[in-house]
Design a binder for this molecule. Structure first.
Ligand code: NAD
Length: 433
């Protein structure tokens, strides 16, 4: 099938690469010229494991193209997939301005048979609103499909090629059936719903996962107070199939470009529809609190931070991505520098993006060794494999003081105890001093 994709971000690019991989003819369109120039050279503007190989392979096979030209991408497309950003607006609602512009762009090039697929995460009712908007421009009825995306950054390619399910929401049977056919080579279970249910499935899923994280973080704080170990508690809980093991990792809160904004957008939708949703309010409040837990522990240990060198390991909001949007490292770095610490951070891939957000208020190291050299303490902020596999004793030997604040519970107790002289402050379990 001939497919155009609007937006070459984490979702649009991963989707484009995977759809070309399963045999479709894909043209990706973006308004960001720099991204398209890079992509045309076969260079991915984002870090995503497995993406580069599929990108170059499918470009070489002539199945995947990149352009900034709307007529080139849109004029002959049978299916147009919209994957532009829907960031958080000032009032907590999703900001639909990119989507509205993209819809206007589309309307000049579509015909009666074109199917428009909204993959961006959008509040319930948005597909209907966009349908009307496009029809007002082009003057004939259009076929719309809501097809929310569930990929996770860091495993986007695998998640797309081996999705748990594909949601297709449409009031047009023919359009739903064509999109089902588009995905058939993936051999993934498809759930067909109304447009509104599809839109709601996305928000309900993300808000549930965020709530699961906030729940285990509250349990972690309680574990600390009563002397239990949250990792043992989570293991014991997770074996119950009704609960499941995923998303039971206590830490310093969720971040990224989706959970924070999607939880707030769902709360906004509830509010404008007169539905109170106190659970979501607490999910947000707990997450905000959790981001401060690590710094509070540092302050409690040191009193003041003037003249202290603090190493931060990890900047990205989670491992295997260079994405810094809503990363817990941002408020943590701000708080440490506010209290006078000299902060030296290391991240395997997110440093350039971090510099754009955090700026020069902290220093950026090229290696873990450089970051921890003569440090008074190390803070584990992102659980990168490189961080989890550190030789802890060797790292401690390079530091001024052997003190670790582990926001992601990266190291087993035996590893820490084997280091001898150490102070180790994990989340939701007893400190080792
Ligand atoms: P992103 O910000 O990484 O990328 C969006 C891209 O769209 C940018 O490259 C931008 O230049 C481009 N764009 C904006 N307007 C355009 C237009 N008119 N024509 C062509 N291109 C245009 O965003 P993302 O992280 O890929 O997210 C996209 C959507 O998918 C959002 O709604 C998000 O909530 C949702 N989503 C994201 C993830 C994730 O893990 N990132 C997962 C599931 C769903």
């Amino acid at each position: 099938m001939k497919i155009a994709i609007l937006g070459t971000g984490y979702v649009g690019l991963s989707t484009g690469v995977c759809l070309s991989q399963i045999g479709h003819q894909v043209t990706c369109l973006d308004i960001n010229e720099q991204k398209i120039v890079q992509l045309r050279k076969g260079i991915s503007p984002i870090y995503e494991p497995g993406l580069d190989d599929l990108l170059t392979m499918n470009m070489a096979a002539g199945k995947l193209k990149f352009t900034t030209s709307q007529p080139e991408a849109l004029a002959n497309a049978e299916i147009i997939i919209v994957a532009v950003g829907t960031p958080q607006g000032d009032d907590g609602a999703a900001d639909l301005s990119y989507l509205v512009q993209a819809s206007k762009d589309i309307s000049s090039y579509i015909n009666h048979d074109t199917i428009i697929v909204i993959k961006s995460t959008v509040p319930v009712g948005t597909n209907d609103f966009i349908k009307k908007l496009i029809e007002d421009y082009c003057g004939f009825p259009v076929k719309m499909v809501s097809n929310p995306e569930f990929l996770r950054q860091g495993s986007a390619i695998d998640d797309t090629l081996k999705a748990d399910r594909i949601i297709i929401g449409s009031e047009n049977e023919e359009a739903a059936s064509k999109i089902q056919k588009m995905y058939r080579p993936l051999n993934v279970e498809v759930i067909i719903t109304s447009t509104k249910s599809a839109e709601m499935i996305k928000y309900a899923s993300n808000a549930f996962l965020a709530t699961k994280i906030s729940y285990i973080n509250e349990i972690a704080n309680l574990c600390e107070a009563v002397g239990a170990d949250v990792q043992d508690v989570a293991r014991g809980m997770g074996k119950d199939k009704r609960i499941g093991e995923e998303f039971l990792y206590a830490g310093i809160g969720y971040g990224g470009s989706c959970f924070p904004k999607d939880v707030k957008a769902l709360l906004h939708t509830a509010g404008v529809n007169g539905v109170k949703f106190p659970l979501l309010k607490e999910t947000i409040a707990i997450n905000d609190f959790q981001r401060e837990v690590l710094v509070a522990k540092v302050l409690k240990r040191f009193g003041g931070l003037k003249g202290k060198k603090i190493a931060m390991l990890g900047l990205a909001f989670k491992p295997e991505t260079d994405d810094m949007r809503e990363a817990p490292s941002i408020p943590i770095a701000a708080a440490l520098t506010k209290y006078g610490a000299e902060v030296v951070a290391y991240d395997p891939v997110a440093t350039d993006n971090a510099r754009k957000i955090i700026g020069d208020s902290i220093k950026y190291a090229g290696s873990i060794d450089e970051a921890v050299h003569e440090a008074d303490a190390v803070l584990i902020v992102t659980e990168w494999k490189e961080v989890k596999s550190i030789d802890v004793a060797e790292m401690l030997a390079k530091m001024k003081e052997p003190i670790i604040f582990d926001g992601r519970n990266c190291f087993p107790e035996e590893t820490i105890r084997a280091c001898g002289s150490v102070e180790y402050y994990p989340i939701g379990k007893p400190a080792i001093i």
